[in-house]
Design a protein around this ligand. Sequence first.
Ligand SMILES: Nc1ncnc2c1ncn2[C@@H]1O[C@H](COP(=O)(O)OP(=O)(O)O)[C@@H](O)[C@H]1O
Ligand SMILES: [Mg+2]
Length: 314
Amino acid sequence: MQMAATRVVIRERFSTCATIRGEASLDAIDDHVIEGRYTIDEKIGEGGFSIVYRGTQVATGRKVALKFPRRTTPDLKARFRREALMLCSLRDPHTVTTYDYDHTASGTPFIVMELLEGVPLREALDREGPMRWDRVCKLLRDICSSLAEAHANGIVHRDIKPDNVFIERRGNSERFKLIDFGIAKPMFIVPDDPDMELTAFGETIGTTLYMSPEQRYAGALDGRSDIYSLGVMAYEALTGRIAETPSALCIPPRLEQVIRRCLEVDKHRRFADVLALVDALDQMTVTSTSFARDLDEPIRTIPDLQIINIEGEP
Ligand SMILES: Nc1ncnc2c1ncn2[C@@H]1O[C@H](COP(=O)(O)OP(=O)(O)O)[C@@H](O)[C@H]1O
Ligand SMILES: [Mg+2]
């Protein structure tokens, strides 16, 4: 009885979202999810492609996060499946842990993940403003740890930005975790893999502000593209602004050099990989508590390009 009531509530939630966004109704949640294995408690987040709910695994009582695609066109379902498979291949402690991937009885796919407790980096920056430089160093290290494994597995994330980094708080300590491999892509062509064609050559997806020049121009991508986006995110975390013309930063000059190198327009001038980036952070020798220093040379910006929106992106 209670389960049936829950199912109705969930259906209402989905159709509310669908109405607000003018999208086709997601008649997605059915007995398989609700009555069989997971209950869904409340919406905890959403992005351009997906809606995420707090839920409970019925058999164990474990709290989980359940991610559903906003829409279920064949292309978006294939993209969602690819995200699930990539996530399941990753075990780094700074990547959100994925428990399961399945479909409801009506065929809507969903991903079951660990329920992260904390706030997205986006929310923390909006609420608390710029971060201290040493916290930004930790942000870089943690996300580099996640990316080192992804890149070693041939996966480029392609959507590094504060919305896709979660700050997990445990007691007095915190850990940054990378989520949302929704538009991540294998670096290398796998012959006969139908999923490989989800992003055609020359198509650009991602969030323009954080994109590397090669991603904007829909060129071939490797881990250095994520390094660029990391640089934009780190710069924003330090200053509250997207990399443009900085006036004054209060950070160790070496950290400034590290971020500048991430933001090189020519990918060959960036760090070769995230391990080299972490090495550079390790070499930062901190000798003073004050690093106030004017930056007279602006960080270069890239001209805006028109990007091709894919279905489902706001
Ligand atoms: N495992 C999780 N635990 C808690 N909240 C999450 C989790 N995964 C995602 N979220 C929340 O849901 C939001 C949307 O998830 P995301 O995977 O980024 O979807 P999209 O692909 O649509 O951008 C995130 O910004 C975050 O706030
Ligand atoms: Mg996201």
